[in-house]
Design a protein around this ligand. Structure first.
Ligand SMILES: [Zn+2]
Length: 396
């Protein structure tokens, strides 16, 4: 039983993280302000991110379990000061599993006009007839139990509530419906602002059409579809960010070029860092030369990158993104080829392929390059390889 409970908690924490990331992907963030909570399946309170993070930055380790009165029961980090928004709505609305509070600029702009919200587009029908409620007690922070109770009372049994001069609050009987309500109310406000900026709106859904469209357009399966799209969008954004981090970490060769200023030639097991104007001191014993730099300094980094790429491939496949998975797979293949070349022990190869130039036009030192194993890959004076079968080094 305990295991089942724990699994449920893990699932809720994962959903709470996804809710944050989806709100970020939907452009609902206000720097590090705004928050979403999910009710704890064991009745202890609700899960909410620690303060100081933007929606898209949230990971499971930054989630807090708060009691309904704000006491931190699990997790580390500071709680958001507006926790009473969540605690009091969860207390007053047993049907609610998810509470979203954002500082929607469009909601504030529309609320400032003092006009009813009109169903000018699909989104509006979710919040009209009757009009969306407005919490007028304060435009400041909802940081006390009293204000939290006031907000929950104003919300009543509605799906969302405007908070003039502050933002909005939206709720759902699931994470999907809570997040979608916040996103759709923001859009409904934007549509009306655009219309009012252009003129006086004269057409919107009446009560009958609004009720019909709620069933037709915003039934549970379609709300779920919208939520799943936001999840995929957030995932793609996260994958892109992780990919960018991998792409921008330097390769070993790049690092040596930047830091030594004299890298001349890349060899199968390392690099020749002989100064370009200096004659090769050991043309017959290249890999034993003091200028030979053994590869592998970045191997731990490369291996970690390869593991990260494997995770990205698995995640993209699980999410049904084959093009993204293939893109990662190609990069993973290149990286593993590099790792294999660096993992070969110095001088263990029986033959050596033509060294890759560093891009400055230099060539491998002329002469015979002998490996410890005693088999030579003979090179001619002009640097042409003479006896390397297939140009491929041996592997262990
Ligand atoms: Zn706020």
């Amino acid at each position: 039983m305990a295991l089942i409970e724990h699994r449920d908690v893990d699932e809720v924490v994962r959903l709470a993280v996804e809710a944050n990331q989806a709100l970020g992907a939907a452009g609902q963030g206000d720097l590090v302000w705004g928050h979403v909570s999910v009710r704890d399946p064991r009745g202890r309170g609700f899960w909410m991110k620690a303060s100081g993070l933007g929606f898209e930055e949230v990971v499971a380790s930054r989630m807090l379990l708060l009691g309904l009165d704000g006491e931190v029961l699990e997790g580390t980090g500071s709680r958001h000061i507006e926790f009473p928004i969540h605690g009091e709505i969860f207390r007053m609305r047993p049907d609610v599993q998810c509470v979203v509070h954002t500082h929607s600029a469009a909601a504030n702009a529309l609320a400032s006009l003092g006009v009813p919200l009109r169903a000018l587009s699909h989104e509006g029908v979710l919040f009209t007839h009757p009009d969306v409620p407005r919490f007028l007690r304060t435009g400041g922070l909802v940081k006390t139990k009293e204000l939290g109770v006031g907000l929950a009372t104003t919300l009543g049994d509605a799906r969302a509530c405007l908070m003039p001069r502050h933002g909005l609050v939206a709720v759902g009987e699931s994470v999907a419906t809570g997040v979608m309500a916040a996103v759709l109310l923001d859009k409904a406000c934007r549509v009306q602002l655009a219309a009012m900026a252009a003129g006086e709106p004269i057409s919107w859904s009446d009560e009958t059409e609004a009720a019909s469209k709620r069933d037709e357009i915003w039934n549970p399966p379609l709300l779920e579809s919208g939520w799943q799209y936001l999840r995929r969008k957030a995932l793609a954004a996260g994958v892109a960010a992780e990919s960018a981090a991998i792409e921008t970490s330097p390769s070993e060769l790049e690092w040596i070029e930047e830091n030594s200023g004299r890298i001349r030639t890349s060899l199968p097991n390392g690099y020749c860092v002989r100064p370009p104007d200096e004659a090769c001191p050991k043309p017959d014993d290249c890999l034993a030369c003091s200028h030979f730099f053994t590869g592998g300094r970045f191997l731990p980094v490369h291996r970690q990158q390869a593991r990260t790429i494997d995770l990205l491939i698995a995640r993209a496949e699980a999410e049904g993104l084959p093009a993204v998975a293939n893109s990662h797979r190609r990069r993973g293949d290149r990286l593993r080829a590099l790792i294999r070349s660096l993992e070969e022990p110095t001088c263990a190869a029986t033959t050596h392929p033509v060294g890759r130039n560093s891009g400055d036009g230099s060539h491998l030192p002329a002469g015979t390059h002998r490996s410890v194993g005693g088999t030579a890959a003979r090179r001619t004076v002009d640097g042409q390889q003479a006896s390397t079968p297939n140009g491929v080094s041996s592997s262990r």
